[in-house]
Structures are given as structure tokens and as C-alpha cells.
Write a protein that binds this ligand. Structure first.
Ligand code: HEC
Length: 121
């Protein structure tokens, strides 16, 4: 049986979904979040890395990160060039910790992850 606090949380979640709790500005952001949460790399190994490292931030607008699949947000980032982006992940950038929390990722994997997040596929 579910514990009471958890059940309460689910109820609030369901009510919010039904009543569309967000105001207009926030609901656009919320829907970008929801669609980014539904994306995963097709490659299984890359998906595993993405899920344990990048996903926790890059599907949550409040982190200030460009959301996965938000091509408009990624356009300006991609203009820096792939090697700069990989360097910025390795060294950490703004609110992003070094290696984007994937300590054993190599440059090739970071490139594939960035490509996936920037395009959503
Ligand atoms: C702890 C949260 C967090 C995690 C984990 C994380 N990121 Fe980020 N990422 C951010 C934030 C926040 C930004 C925006 C930083 C800014 O612009 O100040 C960002 C920006 C980026 C950028 C753009 C950098 C630039 O130069 O504009 C890339 C590329 C990126 N992340 C890739 C990744 C990859 C790949 C992973 C997983 C291996 C990952 N991130 C994991 C929070 C995170």
C-alpha cells in the first residue's frame, strides 16, 4: 500500500494536470519540459549515460540549462562549435558541473550526447 504523503502528492499532481495549474507563460515552459522528458537517445549505451548524467538537469527548465530537444535554445549554443561545447562540458560551464557528471565519458560520447540534446533525436 502507498504511504499517505506520496498519495497526497499524486492527488495534487492529478488535480494540477486536470485544472492546468500553470499560467500561460509557465505552461509553455512546462510543455517544453514534458516533451524533453520523453526523449532518449536511440543508442542504448548512450541512453544509459544520458539518463544517469545529463537528463536530470537538461529536462528541468529551473536549472537554467538548454532543454533536450529545444532546438531554439540549442541554436545559440551550437554556434560556438562542437569542440568548444565539449570543452565547456569537460571543464564545467555556469551551473553545469565538470563532465556534466559523467566522469568516464570521452569526447566522442559528449559529442553524441550534445548532438542528441540539440536535435532531440
Ligand atoms: C547539474 C546539472 C547539469 C548536468 C548534470 C548536465 N548539465 Fe549541461 N548544462 C547545465 C546548465 C545549467 C547549463 C547552462 C549553463 C549556462 O549557460 O550558464 C548547461 C549547458 C550545457 C551545454 C552548453 C554549454 C555552452 O557552452 O553553452 C552543453 C553542451 C551541455 N550542457 C551538455 C551536457 C551534457 C552532455 C551532459 C551530460 C553528460 C550535461 N550537460 C549534464 C546543467 C547540467
Amino acid at each position: 500500500m502507498m504511504r499517505a504523503p506520496y498519495r497526497h502528492f499524486l492527488l495534487v499532481l492529478v488535480l494540477c494536470t486536470l485544472a492546468a495549474c500553470n499560467d500561460d507563460g509557465a505552461s509553455g515552459q512546462a510543455s517544453a519540459e514534458i516533451s524533453s522528458r520523453n526523449l532518449a537517445p536511440a543508442d542504448e549505451q548512450l541512453a544509459a549515460i544520458y539518463n544517469r548524467s545529463c537528463r536530470s538537469c537538461h529536462t528541468v527548465a529551473a536549472t537554467g540549462s538548454p532543454l533536450t530537444g529545444d532546438t531554439a535554445a540549442w541554436e545559440a549554443r551550437m554556434e560556438k562549435g562542437m569542440s568548444t561545447l565539449v570543452d565547456n562540458v569537460v571543464n564545467g560551464f555556469g551551473g553545469m558541473p565538470p563532465f556534466g557528471l559523467c566522469m568516464d565519458c570521452d569526447a566522442e560520447q559528449f559529442e553524441a550526447l550534445i548532438h542528441f540534446m540539440a536535435t532531440g533525436g
